[in-house]
Design a protein around this ligand. Sequence first.
Ligand SMILES: *Cc1c(COP(=O)(O)O)cnc(C)c1O
Length: 348
Amino acid sequence: MSGAGLTIDLEALTSNWRALDAASGPATRTGAVVKADAYGLGVAKVGRALLQAGVDTFFVALAEEGAQLRSALGPGPEIFVFAGHMDGDADILAGSQLTPLLNSAAQLARHLGVLSGHRFGVQLDTGMNRLGMEPDEWQSVRARALEHGPALLMSHLACADEPDHPMNRQQLARFHEMTSGLDVPRSLAATGGILLGADYHLDLTRPGIGLYGGAPFHDARPVVHLSVPVIQTRRLTPGETVGYANSWTAPGQARIATVAAGYADGLPRALSNRATLFADGTPCPLVGRVSMDLITVDISGLGNDPEQLDLICPQQGIDALAAAADTIGYEILTGLGTRYARHYKGAQ
Ligand SMILES: *Cc1c(COP(=O)(O)O)cnc(C)c1O
């Protein structure tokens, strides 16, 4: 298995953060979204690298993720929790000094009831209908919330990866209606929103995927490299089939490499007969079905048997691999799982 594994370039990561910070403009602070174990890349290493690069505001999805991040970062940086204050979260929010983004009047009441005086923000729904207080709901609790001095008012864009989508302007206008004139920092933009331009930047931006090298931040430096070891190779005669359900038939003499990666490692089954792996830059098609722990690759075009093949590499980034599976880079990254040893390079 030597040389195989998931390599995470922390220098590229922090360089992507600096680029998104610059794109957010000089009057706007730039945070970092590290939910879901930093999009699958390891929240402790990623968080510490970003902290050293100057990030002082982090976002996670759940309080438990915030506690893990707090242990890695120590006291100081602000950690916001998108899920807000859920029943039973008080101890962890207080113990790890996490700032919940309260999503409903009920969460506000809970928070003021059990953690009065503990920092919080408010998440507003501007049309995505996923998380956050609706305009009427916000109207009814706004005075009470403002009395307690929220740290942030935020909302999230549904269509930011489509710059011309009318939803972007609509949500921006609604966010202004719900928040203008209040002396509280505001945040609307994730990676896509940063790229929409200055109107969307407000006080604080919240990039996630762009840090990790994914679309819609097309200028991102790649952060992830994934190589998988070849377990064995074999020769096929014309007409022989490969894998479950005989879904690939050798058209002629062929050489097949069996590689230690499968859907249990986060390679979608939809990649069956569709993905490409690379041997030092030479493309080799995945043939047959993706199984739980294995894939099979046609290496007939190579002059030698490779020891490993690359799945995420300069020739094929996370978005290209995602496209082959009809999904998005986010799902590929968070699916990579923990089976592969993660190697970190750059920073610290
Ligand atoms: C995930 C998330 C982000 C980060 O989004 P990216 O598209 O990865 O930049 C920002 N804000 C909220 C509310 C999120 O859920």
